[in-house]
Design a protein around this ligand. Structure first.
Ligand SMILES: [Cu+2]
Length: 403
C-alpha cells in the first residue's frame, strides 16, 4: 500500500518541480516504521534502552529508470525517534532487505548518504542552518557516545524537537528494489546525573557553510590528491571535552587527518571490501552488476587500505568499496578558541571512485563529525538562547552544489 503511495507522490513531485536536480528525485513525508526492543549494550544499570527502528519500505527505481537513474532521496522531516526528553547514547545504521539481511553493493544497492538534522536548533559551524547531528554513508559507521560505557554522554533530545532524516539510496541493478533503513538507537530517558550533552560539529573541507568549492580545496592534482579545509576552519566557542570523531569520506580515500591548533589529533583510515557485501563486479549496461545466481562463488579476501600492497581490483573486474573507517575517541580537554582543520587524502589510482549513473565520477567528500561533551546546564542554556534555523538556506546551498 505504502509502495503505491510513494510512487504516486514521486510522480507528482517530478511533474510539478521542473527544477529537480537531474537524475535525483526526492520523496518528502513520513516513512512508516516498525519498532523492536533490543537489549542495551551500555548503562543497563542506569535504565538504558535499545530499540531497532525499521524505516520503510523505501521504493528504489531501477538503474534504467529514465527519471531517476536509480538514485532517490527520501526526506522525512518528522522522523520517528525512540524518545524525547532523553539522551541518545548510541546510533547504528544499516540498509536491509525485508528479511533483515544487509542490502549492499554486492547486490547493487548503495547507501549513498543518510543525514540527521535537528530542526529546532541551529548548527554549530553554520548557525543559519538547522543543526547537523550526524552523517553516514555506505560505511555504516557506529556512533557510540559512551565509548563502550566508559563515558556518560549523549545527544540530548528535548521534548518537541523535530528531527529530519534524509536517506539517499542508489540502485545499480536493472531491477526496481525495495529496501529498509534500519537504525538501532540506544538511549536513557530523563536527565540522569553526570551525563554530558554531546555537541556535534560538522567539519568539512568545503568550509562550515560549504562556501569553498571542492576544486579549491585541493593542494595536489588528481588522481592522487588532498582536499584541505581552508582557513579559518572551525573555532570552538566554549571549553569542553572532545569525545568522539567520526569521519565520512568516499571511495578513493586513504586517510583523513584532523588538526587542532596545527597539531594532528586524529587520523582515520578506511578499509575496503572487508566482506563480500562491499565488493561489486563490473557488469553490463555500464553499471556495476550483481552476481548472477548461477555464477560460481568468488573468493573475496579482505582488502584493507592499511595493509594492501597490490592494485588488482580493475584487472579482476572487482571493485572494493569502503566498508569501514576508523574513529578517534576521548581526545581530551579542549580550550575555548581552539581551531580545527582537516585534510583528506585520496588516491584514485589505488582505489576506484564510485561512478554515478551519468557515467561521471562521484564527487569526493571530506567530512568529520566532532562530538564535544558539555555539562548539561551550560549546554541547555546555549540551546535555549539559539534563534530559529533556516532549513531552506541549507537545502538551497546543497542543491546549488549538486547542480
Ligand atoms: Cu558522502
Amino acid at each position: 500500500m505504502m509502495f503505491v503511495t510513494r510512487i504516486t507522490l514521486l510522480v507528482a513531485i517530478q511533474g510539478v518541480a521542473g527544477t529537480l536536480v537531474a537524475r535525483q528525485s526526492r520523496v518528502d513525508g513520513g516513512v512508516p516504521v516498525k519498532i523492536d526492543v533490543l537489549q542495551p549494550k551500555n548503562f543497563k544499570e542506569l535504565g538504558a534502552k535499545r530499540v531497532k527502528i525499521t524505516y520503510g519500505p523505501l521504493a528504489i527505481p531501477s538503474a534504467g529508470d529514465k527519471d531517476t537513474g536509480g538514485m532517490i532521496t527520501y526526506s522525512d522531516p518528522n522522523l520517528v525517534v525512540p524518545c524525547t526528553g532523553c539522551f541518545i547514547t548510541g546510533m547504528d545504521t544499516d540498509l536491509q532487505w525485508e528479511d533483515g539481511t544487509t542490502a549492499n553493493a554486492n547486490k547493487g544497492i548503495w547507501l549513498h548518504h543518510t543525514g540527521l538534522m535537528n530542526l529546532n536548533r541551529t548548527d554549530a559551524g553554520c548557525p543559519e542552518w538547522p543543526e547537523r547531528i550526524g552523517v553516514n554513508g555506505n560505511e555504516r559507521s557506529s556512533f557510540d557516545f559512551t565509548t563502550k560505557g566508559t563515558r556518560k554522554a549523549g545527544y540530548y533530545l528535548q521534548k518537541g524537537d523535530q528531527i529530519l532524516k534524509a536517506i539517499d539510496v542508489m540502485n545499480m541493478s536493472d531491477l526496481p528494489r525495495s529496501v529498509y533503513l534500519v537504525m538501532e538507537w540506544e538511549y536513557i530517558e530523563g536527565t540522569p546525573s553526570g551525563f554530558d550533552v554531546v555537541w556535534p560539529v560538522w567539519l568539512d573541507a568545503r568550509g562550515n557553510c560549504f562556501e569553498t568549492p571542492l576544486s579549491k580545496t585541493g593542494v595536489t592534482e588528481a588522481p592522487v590528491f588532498n582536499s584541505t579545509m581552508l582557513e579559518p576552519g572551525y573555532t570552538v566557542p566554549f571549553d569542553s571535552d572532545l569525545l568522539l570523531l567520526v569521519p565520512h569520506i568516499h571511495d578513493g580515500n586513504v586517510a583523513q587527518d584532523i588538526f587542532m591548533d596545527g597539531k594532528l589529533i586524529c587520523t582515520s583510515v578506511p578499509a575496503y571490501g572487508e566482506t563480500e557485501a562491499f565488493v561489486t563486479h563490473e557488469g553490463m549496461y555500464g553499471h556495476e552488476h550483481e552476481h548472477e545466481e548461477e555464477e560460481p562463488a568468488h573468493e573475496h579476501g579482505p582488502h584493507r587500505t592499511r595493509k594492501r600492497q597490490d592494485h588488482d581490483h580493475e584487472s579482476s573486474g572487482h571493485t572494493y568499496h569502503v566498508s569501514s573507517i576508523t574513529q578517534c575517541a576521548n581526545i581530551g580537554k579542549v580550550a575555548k578558541g581552539s581551531k580545527f582543520l582537516l585534510t583528506s587524502y585520496y588516491n584514485m589510482t589505488e582505489h576506484k571512485p564510485m561512478t554515478g549513473h551519468d557515467g561521471k565520477e562521484e564527487e569526493i567528500m571530506a567530512i568529520e563529525f566532532l562530538h564535544f561533551a558539555r555539562p548539561f546546564d551550560e549546554a541547555m542554556k546555549d540551546i535555549q538562547s539559539q534563534g530559529k534555523p533556516n532549513l531552506q538556506s541549507f537545502v538551497d546551498t546543497v542543491r546549488g552544489l549538486d547542480g
